[in-house]
Design a protein around this ligand. Structure first.
Ligand code: UD1
Length: 418
């Protein structure tokens, strides 16, 4: 796919209907990396069919692993891994590539990786990961462009994370599974994707408890084994579709979802006047009248997810009153604001706060997809706008939203890839 690929959206049609939640992009990336911890095959199901999965697969292959991707089923066999240093050309595109560090260090006593890439949404250092590896007894150094960690056998320990970094928690969790003795990770990220990583590790023979809370305990074991495991639904992708439904005055039902992972979003949607119906594995959101402005902060889980900040802002352009979003996770999440302004959104920023005055009649315009969630925001705005919106660089959109055109069309949207 070319970087310039575009998506044309003819706005003004309410999105209506049902769709099935995809498997979580982030959780699937963690699961692929976890397979490096064992010499036995790991079979994953419900893996979303997006580029990032292929990128992670190629990184694992470049280390000597075998990766077979058949639609949503991915089989990994890391028995042949011989290389413990990730090649720079394999990590530039993907921040999650740094997750090879924990498993390689734990299993082979040595791991190296350049500073990882990913979306340009802030400084995104890796100090939390490195401090965690050091706390487990590893020597960590910068060698050329690589971070290199070494320890013949990691030692379980109390690891305090300065910040509950999601990838940092997962990396330290991976490393601790094969350490000698018990590790406690304090101030751990509690995101459902981290919880799933702990469940997967336990299915591989690890002894992890407390995952999904801010304190994770890991009893080290000698080795892990293969398993078969299904990826959890993507709360961010699902939330994006619910927001698109509401922004267009529609009615969207998400099936195969996990509503308990979506408390913060669903609470805000209700506060904004949406009718939200939840059952065991489905969520439906629609509007009876106009949406109302809300205020929120994007914070670590279980608070409102930073990944839904931009999509929420786009939907709030259609809410009456003044909405305020304060971004507290990434310092560079506000790239979408200029694009929404181009479309007629009345949005201002002050520091890390975004102030949205609504409801606004948005006008279809040429806009850019600047990162995966900024892309989702302009798509939502385009669906709600009058006339045609052409989104450039939708390669970013496709990183987080499998078969996006088809899924939007199934809900009644008029979209065309160009
Ligand atoms: C993950 C998700 C991303 C999501 C984010 C927060 C993946 C591939 N990405 O990113 O979609 O938006 O969680 O929910 O799963 N930080 C440090 N030092 C570190 C690590 C992070 O200071 O060592 C800072 C970052 O600069 C940022 C904040 O912590 O300001 C949050 O980062 P983190 O939780 O690590 O996000 P990621 O795990 O990179």
């Amino acid at each position: 796919m070319s970087q310039q690929e575009q998506l044309a959206i003819v706005g003004g049609r309410p999105l209506r209907g049902r769709l099935r939640a995809s498997g979580s992009k982030n959780a699937a990336l963690y699961a692929l990396a976890a397979a490096l911890l064992t010499a036995e095959p790991v079979r994953l199901h419900n893996v979303p069919e997006i580029r990032d999965i292929g990128e992670m697969g190629r990184l694992i292959e470049s280390l000597g692993g075998e990766v077979t991707i058949e639609g949503g089923d991915v089989t990994l066999d890391a028995s042949g891994v011989t290389e413990t240093v990730a090649a720079p050309e394999r990590v530039v595109a993907l921040r999650a590539s740094f997750l090879v560090m924990g498993p390689l260090l734990a299993r082979f006593g040595e791991a190296g990786c350049p500073s990882p890439g990913g979306d340009a949404i802030g400084v995104r250092p890796v100090d939390v990961h490195l401090t965690g590896f050091r706390a487990l007894g590893a020597d960590v150094a910068r060698e050329g462009q690589n971070f290199v960690a070494r320890a013949p056998r990691l030692e379980g320990s109390r690891v305090f994370l300065d910040y509950p970094s999601v990838l940092g928690t997962v990396n330290v969790l991976f490393a601790a599974t094969l350490a000698r003795g018990t590790t406690t990770i304090v101030n751990a990220a509690a995101e459902p994707e981290v919880e799933m990583a702990g469940d997967l590790l336990n299915a591989m023979g690890a002894r992890v408890s407390g995952h999904g809370s801010n304190r994770i305990t890991v009893g080290g074991v000698e080795s892990l084994h293969g398993t078969e495991f299904s990826i959890i639904p993507d709360r961010i992708e699902g939330g994006t579709f619910l927001l698109a439904g509401l922004a267009t005055g529609g009615d969207v039902e998400l099936e195969g979802a996990e509503p308990t992972h979506m408390d913060s979003l669903l609470t805000k949607l209700r506060e904004a006047g949406a009718r939200v119906e939840v059952s065991d594995h489905s969520v439906r959101a629609c509007v009876d009248g106009p949406l109302r402005a809300v205020q929120l902060q994007a914070v670590p889980y279980p608070g409102f997810p930073t990944d839904l900040h931009a999509p929420m802002a786009a939907a709030l352009t259609q809410a009456e009153g003044i909405s305020i979003i304060h971004e507290r996770v990434f310092e560079n999440r506000l790239l979408y604001v200029g694009e929404l302004r181009t479309m007629g959104g009345r949005i201002t920023t002050g520091g890390q706060s975004v102030i949205i005055e609504g409801a606004t009649r948005l006008v279809g315009s040429p806009v850019r997809a600047l990162d995966v969630r900024a892309a989702a925001a302009v798509v939502i705005a385009g669906l709600a706008a009058e006339g045609e919106t052409v989104v450039r660089d939708i390669v970013h959109l496709k990183r987080g939203y499998p078969r996006i055109e088809e899924r939007l069309e199934a809900l009644g949207a008029e979209v065309h890839a160009r």
